[in-house]
Design a protein around this ligand. Structure first.
Ligand SMILES: Nc1nc2c(c(=O)[nH]1)N[C@H]1C(S)=C(S)[C@@H](COP(=O)(O)OP(=O)(O)OC[C@H]3O[C@@H](n4cnc5c(=O)[nH]c(N)nc54)[C@H](O)[C@@H]3O)O[C@H]1N2
Ligand SMILES: Nc1nc2c(c(=O)[nH]1)N[C@H]1C(S)=C(S)[C@@H](COP(=O)(O)OP(=O)(O)OC[C@H]3O[C@@H](n4cnc5c(=O)[nH]c(N)nc54)[C@H](O)[C@@H]3O)O[C@H]1N2
Ligand SMILES: [Mo]
Length: 897
C-alpha cells in the first residue's frame, strides 16, 4: 500500500495507483478529458493538473509515490486546470457547452465557471450520420484519442484513427470514407467514452454514457449471447432510450457489443405480437387470453387422453429465464407426467454438457473466464468469438496482444486467427483426428504432467495406445493441417505455464461432437492444466444463448432434473418428488429431433414451443414443418409471428428479456439478475405467467408464484443451487454455481480437490476419429459450413427488426476465388445453393477466408432457406445436428429465377 496526502487528507492506495486515483480517493473531482478508467492513461489534455510536492503534473499519468503531498485545490493549480479546459472549449462551437449537454466537457466547463459564450467558432467540419448507431459531429471533436484507444485497446477492432494536423485533428474511420462503410462493429465503446458528444448514438439516448451511475437506470443482464454482459437500461417515456455497458459488469467491465448495446429496436417493432392468436377455420385469429389458454388446456387434455402423458412435449427456451425454464419442466413432469422437455442446448452445446460431464463430472466449463487474464497460451477451437461473443473475443484478443501465445483451430480465417501464432485450418469434421495429433505430440515430447496423470486421471494407457495411430503426418492427411503446424501448436500449448482452451460449435455441431469435446478435453488433462492445479485454466465452451447454460441447469432436458440429477436415478427423483409432492416419471423423454419424428408418426399430439423458431433454426427445416403440421396441437410462445408460429394452432404473445424479471446463467456459470426495464406491448405476458396460466387452466397449481420463489424452490431440488437467491444476487451481482450454501461464495474454479466423476478422477477419452455424416461427391462437390455473423442473432427475429439490418442486409455465401471461377459465380451476384435436402438463395461473397472446396454462410435470414440445406445427421451421443458439414453445389442465378 502507498500512503500519501491529498489536500491534507491521508489516503492509502494499492501499488500501481496514480495521483488521479489518490485525488479521487480523497474525494477531489478533477476534469479528465483524455482519461477513461478502461484505458491506459494518455496524459495529453492537461485538464487534471495538480501540484505534487510543488511540481505541476498531470495526475492521470503520475504514479502515486509514498509520502507525496498533493494539492488539487490551490488557487494556482485550479487556474491551470481552468485554462486547460477553457483552451479546449474555445475551439468548439457553443452547442458543445449547451446547458442540457451531458458531456464531460460541458460539465467541466460548468464546474470551473467557463461561460459557453466564450467559445469561439471554428469553420465547420461537418458530420457523418451514415451509421445507424454511431454519429460523428466533427466540430465537437477535441482529438483526445479516447475513441481511438477504446477501439484499439478494449474492443481490438482498430477501426478509428486521428487525421489532420494541429487544431484540425479529428477522429475518422481508418478506412477513410463514411463510418457505415468502415470496420466499425458498433460495440459502442467510442460513443461511451467520448467526452464532448462528438460521437453519439442518435435518438433519445444521445449523449448518455456509462460514466455516471444513475439510480434511475435498470441494471440487467444481456438477453442475446451467453457472455452475460451487465447492462444499464435508461428509460424515457416508458421506452428504452439507451442500453449502457455497466463498468462494474463482472464479465464485460464497461464494454458491450452491437447486440446488447443497440439491438433493442425490436421492442417497439410494429410486428410485435400484442394479443393471442388461435387458429380458426385454418386461419390464426386474434383471441382473448382466456380463450387462448382454454384452447391450450383442452388440447393438452385431448392429447393425454389420446396418447397418454408422453403424447405431450415442450421445447423450452434458452432465451427465457431460469425461473421460466424451471416452471416449464415442472409443469411437464408434475402436471402432464412426462419427461418430454428439451431446450436449444440440443442444437448447440449438448455435446459439451455430455462430454465435459464424462471427462470431469459437471456439465459446464471448468474455470472462471477471469483466469484467462493470467493464461499465457490460448487455444481457441471452432469458435469465432470476435463475431459471436464479441466481449469475450475482445478480452481474448487483448490477452494475445499482451503476449499470450494464440493458437486458433478453425477451417476459416476467423477474426482471432489473424492474430494467431499458429493457425490450424482443419477440414470441417476432422477435429477428433486433429486433437489426437496434438495429444500425440504432447505425449511423444513428454509435455505432460505425470504426477497429475497418476494421481488425478484415468485412461492414459488406452489413450497412449490409440495415439500411436495419430502421428502428425497421418493427421495431416486426414485434416489437411500441415504436420509441422500440429507440432508447433502442441509445443505452444504443451510448454505454456498456464494454457487455456476455449471452444465453440466448430467442436460440437458434428456427427461426433461429443467425441470432439472429450478428445479436446484430453489436452488439459494430459497437461494437468485443469482442476485448480494453478497450471492453467482448463477448458470452457463459449456457450451460445443468454441462458442456455441456465435452461439446462434448470432441468429443461429430457433426461436430467434441475441440477443434473438423472431421471433414472431414484435418489434424484426422490429429492424432486419430496419438494414437488408429485411423482417424477422415471424414463427419459424425447429429445427435440425425436419430438419431430414422433409428431410425424402421430405419436406426439401436443407440442409447446417456447421461444425457438424451429422452422428456421433446426436442420432439414422442411421435415420440421411437416412435423408441426402433423401434430394436432402446436402452441408457440413468441415475440413475433415467426416461421414456426405460422404453423401453430395457438400463438401466445410474450415479453422479452428487457421486459421481465428473473435470472440467467452465463457461459462461465454465473447467475445474474434480469430485470424488467419496460412493459411488454399490448397484452403480452411473461413466459412465467403463461406457464402458470396454462397450469391453472388444467386444474393444477405449480406453486412458486414469483420468479424469486421459483429459484428458491429450485435450490431445494438441486443442492448445487441451494445458496442462490434473488436477494443474494441483488446484493452480490454475480454468483457462480456450484453454490450449495448462502453464506459461502460459489465455485468459480471447479475440481480443486477432486473431479466430480464417480471415481473423482478426470477421464481421458480414447475415441477414434470417425468421418463426418456428409461427404462431398460429384453431385454435391462443396462442403458447406454454417455459423454466425456479428450483426445478426440466430433466427434474426430481433436483430432484423432494427438498425442492425442496415449493417448487414442479406445472407451471403462465402466462397474461394477458385471455386467462384469453377462454378461461374461472381462476387455480389445471387446464387442458388442445393444440398441433398433442400435449397437456399444467397448472395456470393468471393474471398480467401475459406479453403477451396469449402463454402460458408449464416442462417440469420430464414426466408433464404439455409436450414432446408442442413441434414438430419446428428451427434451420435446427444443428437446435436451436424450443422457444420453439409455437401452442396452452387450455381449462379438471375435474382428473380
Ligand atoms: N452475432 C451473433 N452472436 C451469437 C449468435 C449469433 O447468431 N450471432 N449466436 C449465439 C449462439 S446460440 C451460439 S451457440 C454462439 C456460437 O458461437 P461460435 O461457436 O463461435 O459460432 P459459429 O460461427 O457457429 O461456429 C464457430 C466456428 O466453428 C468453425 N468450424 C466449423 N467446423 C469446424 C470443424 O470441423 N473444426 C473446427 N475446429 N472448427 C470448425 C466455423 O468455421 C466457425 O468459425 O454464438 C452466440 N452469439
Ligand atoms: N445452420 C445452422 N443452424 C443453426 C445453428 C448453426 O450453427 N447453423 N446453430 C444452432 C444453435 S447453436 C442455436 S442455439 C439455435 C438457435 O435457434 P433459436 O433458438 O430458434 O433462435 P433465436 O433466434 O435465438 O430465438 C428463437 C425465437 O425466440 C424468440 N424469443 C426471444 N426471446 C424470447 C423469450 O424471452 N420468450 C419467448 N417465448 N421467445 C423469445 C425470438 O423471437 C425467436 O423467434 O440455432 C441453431 N441453428
Ligand atoms: Mo447456440
Amino acid at each position: 500500500m502507498t500512503r500519501l496526502q491529498v489536500d491534507g487528507v491521508t489516503v492509502e492506495l494499492p501499488a500501481g495507483a496514480t495521483l488521479l486515483d489518490a485525488a479521487r480517493a480523497a474525494g477531489a473531482e478533477l476534469p479528465t478529458l483524455c482519461h477513461d478508467d478502461r484505458l491506459r492513461p494518455a496524459g495529453s489534455c492537461r485538464t487534471c493538473l495538480v501540484h505534487a510536492d510543488g511540481r505541476t503534473v498531470a495526475a492521470c499519468v503520475t504514479p502515486a509515490e509514498p509520502g507525496t503531498a498533493v494539492d488539487t485545490v490551490g488557487e494556482e493549480v485550479r487556474e491551470l486546470r481552468r485554462d486547460a479546459v477553457a483552451l479546449i472549449a474555445s475551439a468548439l462551437p457553443p452547442r458543445a457547452l449547451a446547458d442540457d449537454s451531458p458531456s464531460e466537457l460541458a460539465e467541466a466547463c460548468h464546474e470551473s465557471g467557463i461561460d459557453p459564450t466564450d467559445s469561439g467558432a471554428a469553420p465547420p467540419r461537418g458530420s457523418d450520420e451514415s451509421h445507424p448507431y454511431v454519429h460523428l459531429d466533427r466540430d465537437l471533436c477535441i482529438a483526445c484519442g479516447r475513441c481511438v484507444r477504446m477501439c484499439a485497446d478494449v474492443q481490438g477492432t482498430f477501426a478509428l484513427t486521428l487525421t489532420g494536423r494541429g487544431a484540425d485533428t479529428v477522429v475518422a474511420p481508418g478506412t477513410g470514407g463514411p463510418w457505415a462503410a468502415s470496420d466499425c462493429v458498433a460495440c459502442g465503446g467510442c460513443v461511451d467514452t467520448c467526452p464532448t458528444g462528438a460521437i453519439t448514438q442518435p435518438g433519445p439516448g444521445r449523449g448518455l454514457t456509462s460514466r455516471r451511475a444513475d439510480p434511475d437506470r435498470v441494471r440487467t443482464t444481456c438477453g442475446y449471447c451467453g457472455v452475460g454482459c451487465a447492462l444499464d437500461v435508461v428509460v424515457r417515456d416508458e421506452r428504452v432510450a439507451a442500453v449502457l455497458p455497466a463498468r462494474d459488469g463482472p464479465v464485460n467491465r464497461g464494454h458491450a457489443c452491437v447486440k446488447g448495446r443497440f439491438s433493442y429496436g425490436y421492442l417497439t417493432s410494429a410486428e410485435r405480437l400484442t394479443e393471442p392468436l388461435v387458429r380458426r377455420g385454418g386461419v390464426l385469429t386474434p383471441a382473448s387470453w382466456d380463450e387462448a389458454i382454454a384452447v391450450v388446456a383442452e388440447g393438452l387434455r385431448a392429447a393425454v387422453g389420446h396418447g397418454g402423458p408422453d403424447a405431450v412435449a415442450a421445447i423450452s427456451s434458452a432465451r427465457a429465464t431460469n425461473e421460466e425454464n424451471y416452471l416449464v419442466q415442472k409443469f411437464l413432469r408434475t402436471v402432464i407426467g412426462t419427461n418430454n422437455v428439451d431446450n436449444c442446448s440440443r442444437l448447440c452445446h449438448a455435446p459439451s454438457a455430455a462430454g465435459l460431464t464424462a471427462s470431469f463430472g459437471r456439465a459446464g466449463g471448468t474455470d472462471s473466464f477471469d483466469d484467462v487474464e493470467t493464461a499465457d497460451c490460448l487455444l481457441v477451437v471452432g469458435a469465432n468469438p470476435v463475431e459471436a461473443h464479441p466481449v469475450v473475443g475482445a478480452r481474448l484478443l487483448q490477452r494475445a496482444l499482451a503476449g499470450a501465445t494464440l493458437v486458433v483451430a478453425d477451417p476459416r480465417n476467423v477474426g482471432l486467427a489473424r492474430h494467431a501464432d499458429v493457425r490450424l485450418r482443419p477440414r470441417p469434421g476432422t477435429n477428433v483426428a486433429l486433437f489426437h495429433g496434438l495429444a500425440h505430440v504432447l505425449v511423444d515430447e513428454r509435455l505432460v504432467d505425470p504426477d497429475f496423470l497418476r494421481d488425478r486421471a484415468t485412461g492414459l494407457d488406452e489413450l497412449t495406445e490409440l495415439l500411436a495411430d495419430y502421428p502428425p503426418e497421418r493427421v495431416a492427411g486426414i485434416t489437411g493441417v500441415p504436420a509441422d503446424d500440429i507440432r508447433r501448436a502442441a509445443r505452444l500449448y504443451g510448454r505454456a505455464e498456464r494454457p487455456a482452451v476455449l471452444y465453440g460449435l466448430g467442436v460440437t455441431e458434428h456427427l461426433h461432437g461429443t467425441d470432439g469435446v472429450r478428445t479436446l478435453a484430453n489436452l488439459p488433462i494430459l497437461r494437468g492444466a485443469v482442476g485448480g492445479t494453478g497450471h492453467g485454466f482448463g477448458i470452457s465452451p463459449l456457450r451460445g444463448q443468454n441462458n442456455v447454460q441456465g435452461a439446462s441447469d434448470m432441468g429443461a432436458l429430457p433426461d436430467l432434473l434441475p441440477g443434473y440429477g438423472h431421471v433414472t436415478d431414484p435418489e434424484a427423483r426422490d429429492r424432486a418428488e419430496a419438494v414437488w409432492g408429485r411423482p417424477v416419471p422415471p424414463t427419459p423423454g424425447l429429445r427435440i429431433p425425436e419430438m419431430f419424428e414422433a409428431a410425424r408418426e402421430g405419436r406426439l399430439r401436443a407440442l409447446w414451443i417456447i421461444g425457438e423458431d424451429v422452422c428456421a433454426t433446426d436442420p432439414d427445416s422442411r421435415r420440421v414443418a411437416e412435423a408441426l403440421d402433423a401434430c394436432p396441437l402446436v402452441v408457440v410462445d413468441e415475440l413475433f409471428l415467426s416461421g414456426t408460429a405460422r404453423h401453430a394452432d395457438v400463438v401466445l404473445p410474450v415479453a422479452s428479456w428487457l421486459e421481465k424479471d428473473g435470472t440467467f446463467v452465463n457461459f462461465d456459470r454465473r447467475f445474474q439478475r434480469v430485470r424488467a426495464a419496460v412493459r411488454p406491448p399490448g397484452t403480452a405476458r411473461t413466459d412465467f405467467e403463461v406457464v402458470h396460466a396454462v397450469a391453472t387452466a388444467t386444474g393444477a397449481d405449480l406453486g412458486c408464484p414469483t420468479p424469486a420463489d421459483a429459484l428458491a424452490e429450485c435450490g431445494r431440488v438441486a443442492p448445487v443451487f441451494a445458496g442462490l437467491s434473488h436477494a443474494r444476487l441483488d446484493r452480490e451481482g454475480a454468483v457462480p454455481w456450484p453454490c450449495p450454501s448462502p453464506d459461502r461464495p460459489g465455485e468459480a474454479t471447479l475440481y480443486a480437490r477432486e473431479f466430480a466423476t464417480p471415481d473423482g478422477r478426470a477421464h481421458l477419452s480414447a475415441a477414434p476419429y470417425l468421418p463426418p455424416g456428409e461427404e462431398p461427391d460429384a453431385d454435391y462437390p462443396l462442403l458447406l459450413v454454417t455459423g454466425r455473423r456479428w450483426a445478426h442473432y440466430n433466427s434474426g427475429s430481433m436483430t432484423r427488426r432494427g438498425g442492425n439490418l442496415l449493417l448487414d442486409t442479406r445472407g451471403r455465401l462465402d466462397l474461394h476465388p477458385e471455386d467462384a471461377v469453377r462454378y461461374g459465380v461472381r462476387d455480389g451476384a445471387p446464387v442458388v445453393v442445393d444440398s441433398r435436402h433442400g435449397q437456399a438463395r444467397l448472395i456470393a461473397r468471393v474471398g480467401a477466408d475459406l479453403a477451396p472446396g469449402q463454402v460458408f454462410c449464416a442462417f440469420h435470414f430464414p426466408d433464404e432457406g439455409v436450414n432446408s440445406l442442413t441434414s438430419e445427421h446428428a451427434d451420435t451421443v446427444t443428437s446435436c445436428p451436424e450443422y457444420k458439414v453439409t455437401a452442396v453445389r452452387v450455381r449462379p442465378t438471375a435474382s428473380d429465377d
